[in-house]
Design a protein around this ligand. Structure first.
Ligand SMILES: Cc1cc2nc3c(=O)[nH]c(=O)nc-3n(C[C@H](O)[C@H](O)[C@H](O)COP(=O)(O)OP(=O)(O)OC[C@H]3O[C@@H](n4cnc5c(N)ncnc54)[C@H](O)[C@@H]3O)c2cc1C
Length: 296
């Protein structure tokens, strides 16, 4: 198993924040999977599975974390076609945009709503990433996961998932997604391309997609109550502190303006959540994963 000592979280997350972990373990084979539990134990930190780091807010300083990076990049490939459904298998380490490109090229429909989400396939499954009415996990046929040191295939009907969460065999945050098989339908290449294009342009017109961010930082309390609107009404749109800012374009995007740090980010999140609580009596829950977990 390849290993990097003292990896910087700021270089591994799209928010470009965070200190130094103990080590990073790069997992790319079944052999690595088998050796993983013992190596994590001997390094002595808490494991953090890391995909593309696009939903992570990492804290400052020396962090008691061992980063586990599954870089299975097989596929995407069509593994079955029953005339009605087409099954596409893909490694968890592959970028989600690459899978979407494959779908577009092969006229496979189902994932068009996920366009513009910058994570890995494994991260999209683990977060049940979604947009434009599509959620990753509802399109799954099965996944391969490493659960407590053993590689297992789990069918979609045995997964428990909801809004930005997935729990496999009741074990939230502990299983490593290694591979996913999606169940898609045949469409037309032109139809899929135009739907993706439409979704992407809409996303780009509403969200600061090129800034350093982790996407939406708070979950929407209800489908008809976007966190961004509550933050805007509470006066946090465009609010800045210590190199961090709530975007002036979309109040639920926290942005690193270039020299931001994690303490400033957490203090802004704290104040925003308090303001929304006081004004609307609503408790905002973070969508971004704060690592190591720290209440704010
Ligand atoms: C500009 C921008 C736009 C975004 N838009 C959206 C959007 O529209 N909808 C949306 O849902 N999200 C959005 N996001 C957030 C983010 O891209 C998604 O949550 C994405 O799915 C995270 O994938 P990742 O590989 O980056 O995961 P990471 O950020 O690396 O990890 C996120 C979580 O998943 C876990 N994880 C990662 N890989 C695995 C694995 N292989 N096995 C098990 N657990 C794993 C991690 O431990 C962590 O808890 C956006 C982010 C940005 C920066």
């Amino acid at each position: 198993m390849r290993e990097i000592l003292q990896p910087e979280l700021s270089q591994r997350t799209t928010l470009r924040l965070g200190g130094t972990a103990i080590a990073e373990l790069i997992v790319e084979s079944e052999e690595d999977c088998n050796a993983l539990p013992e190596r994590i134990h001997s390094l002595g930190g808490r494991p953090l599975i890391l995909g593309a780091g696009s939903n992570i807010l990492a804290c400052n300083g020396r962090l008691p974390l061992v980063l586990v990076r599954p870089v299975f990049t097989n596929g995407p490939e069509i593994v079955a076609d029953d005339g009605d459904k087409v099954f596409v298998r893909v490694g968890a380490g592959l970028p989600l945009p690459r899978l979407l490109r494959f779908c577009q090229e092969h006229a496979l429909s189902g994932l068009e709503g996920l366009v513009g989400i910058p994570g890995s396939v494994g991260g999209a499954v683990a977060m049940n990433a979604g947009s434009f009415g599509v959620e990753t996990c509802e399109k799954l046929a099965s996944i391969h996961v490493l659960i407590e040191g053993s590689l297992q295939r789990v069918n979609a009907d045995a997964l428990q998932y909801g809004y930005r969460r997935l729990s496999i065999a009741g074990k939230k945050d502990e299983s490593i997604v290694v591979e996913a098989t999606f169940s898609l339908t045949r469409g037309t290449r032109d139809g899929i391309t135009s739907c993706m294009r439409h979704n992407f342009l809409k996303k780009k017109s509403r969200q600061p997609v090129t800034s350093w961010s982790a996407g939406c930082v708070f979950k929407n309390p209800a489908p008809d109550m976007p966190a961004g609107k509550l933050l805007d009404l509470a006066g946090f749109k465009g609010k800045k502190r210590g190199g961090m800012a709530f975007s002036a374009m979309h109040a639920n995007f926290l942005i690193n303006e270039g020299n931001g740090d994690a303490d400033a980010a957490l203090s802004l999140l704290h104040d925003a959540r308090e303001a929304v609580r006081q004004r609307f009596d609503i408790e905002l829950e973070p969508e971004v994963r704060i690592v190591p977990w720290r209440s704010f």
